[in-house]
Design a protein around this ligand. Structure first.
Ligand code: SR1
Ligand code: MG
Length: 410
């Protein structure tokens, strides 16, 4: 009998013992230490290292409820989904995810490459660091993991087998509630609005019936459009980065859903980074450099995604109708409409819902934070309501710029 034959929630000392007895990654003479390093909303993340050699790995364990709140009771199967998806993504997008070493279905944990030489991108963006390779890396990741898992490319029975393996109902329910519903009606009464903005949010979000209707349409698109094996939570907190390397982590929300859910999350979270820089950088040169880089990156994310998507379609499509003139353009236009819609949804939910982003919450000056939130929410409404009008990166950045003009700094 081993201590690890039955599930329990591990503490750091248990994780060190786990690494010593259950993994063959460290030499017998290793002197192992472990520390809990996670600050996410859902799981427990441990770093284990050998005090002699410095060699290290990450152990990620799923608990029966989300870390952020016991109200979210979640199947620990999410850890299987995460480890299998990271393995698959590693094949589709080599070099852009951490190496996966082991999945343990009893302990509901997985063991992967330690990326301590990288930083979480959201934190780096709050510090106003720039990453010139990001747009190229993230668009390669998205095109390879998304288009290559669609019916356009995969044999249809193979695609349906994947779809069946990654249904992920509980994690999808979180998104259906937190992203697609609660920002617009607070029906579970758990939204968390910055108090000085409550009256504005009530008038401009909760009382906008036309916006609720568009959110409802997008919600049903999320629930029914089994388009690609999406990451499902592709925000800047799910990305480890350093100047010459990007690694996408945390695909536990993966399921067959609309491609625009991933692309829209990337764009929205870059907009959060922009609003933080706009609110907090006073030095003109630093401000111009950071905001200029974010704007260029938003444009490149959309435009490189477009061009790589169409090129990969030409190379990889197997569906009999795929090369019908006009079909790829029609398909991509739908993806870009979803991208705009999800950009707006993510902007709303991170501001009024329970899962906030540091880009906004770290803006210490109340007036500046109010303005940043209103810029995001005003742009969001346009992204959602006019989502069919977004075709290029320039279209996305124009909405940001025109919205900012409505909120002059005082
Ligand atoms: C209850 S989980 C809250 C949020 O954290 C995750 O990272 C997802 O973004 C989810 O919506
Ligand atoms: Mg996560």
């Amino acid at each position: 009998m081993s201590q690890f034959d039955q599930y329990f929630q591990m503490k750091p000392a248990d994780v060190a013992a786990y690494a010593r007895t259950q993994l063959d990654l460290f030499p017998p003479e290793a002197d192992l230490a472990a520390q809990e390093i996670g600050d996410g909303n859902i799981n427990y993340i441990f770093r284990v290292w050998d005090r002699h050699s410095g060699q290290s790995v990450i152990v990620k364990q799923a608990g029966p409820v989300a870390r952020i709140s016991d109200a979210f009771v979640l199947s620990t199967d999410r850890n299987r989904i995460e480890s299998e998806i990271l393995t698959l993504e590693g094949k589709l997008a080599p070099g852009l995810v951490p190496a996966m070493y082991k999945y343990d279905p009893v302990m509901s944990c997985c063991v992967m490459q330690d990326l301590s030489d990288h930083v979480i991108m959201r934190q780096a963006l709050v510090e106003h660091q720039i990453f010139p390779h990001f747009a190229d890396d993230i668009t390669t990741f998205m095109v390879n993991t998304l288009l290559l898992t669609t019916d356009v490319v995969l044999e249809h029975k193979q695609k349906k087998a994947l779809q069946k393996n990654y249904v992920n109902p509980e994690l999808c329910e979180i998104t259906e509630d937190l992203v697609y519903t609660e920002p617009f009606n607070d029906y579970r009464k758990r939204n968390d609005v910055f108090a000085p903005n409550l009256a504005w949010v009530t008038e401009n979000l909760y009382q906008d019936a036309a916006l609720r209707l568009e959110a409802a349409k997008l919600k049903f698109e999320f629930m029914t459009n089994a388009q690609a094996l999406i990451h499902g939570d592709l925000h800047t907190g799910s990305i480890f980065i350093k100047p010459n390397s990007t690694k996408i982590i945390d695909p536990e929300f993966a399921f067959y859903g609309p491609i625009g859910y991933d692309t829209g999350n990337v764009v929205a979270n870059l907009i959060f980074a922009w609003t933080n820089g706009d609110a907090t950088i006073s030095d003109p040169a630093r401000r111009a450099e950071f905001l200029g880089w974010v704007e260029t990156t938003i444009v490149q994310v959309v435009d490189l995604f477009r061009s790589k998507f169409l090129a990969a379609w030409q190379t990889h499509a197997t569906e009999t109708f795929a090369h019908e003139p006009g079909f790829a353009d029609w398909y991509l236009a739908q993806v870009l409409s979803d991208t705009a819609g999800v950009t707006g949804l993510e902007l709303c939910r991170r501001i009024v819902g329970i899962a906030h982003v540091k880009d906004i919450t770290s803006i210490g000056d109340t007036t500046a934070r109010l303005r940043a939130e209103r810029i995001c929410l005003t742009a969001a409404k346009r992204f959602i309501k006019q989502r069919d009008q977004y075709h290029t990166g320039a279209d996305f950045i124009a909405t940001l710029r025109e919205t900012v003009e409505q909120f002059p700094k005082i």
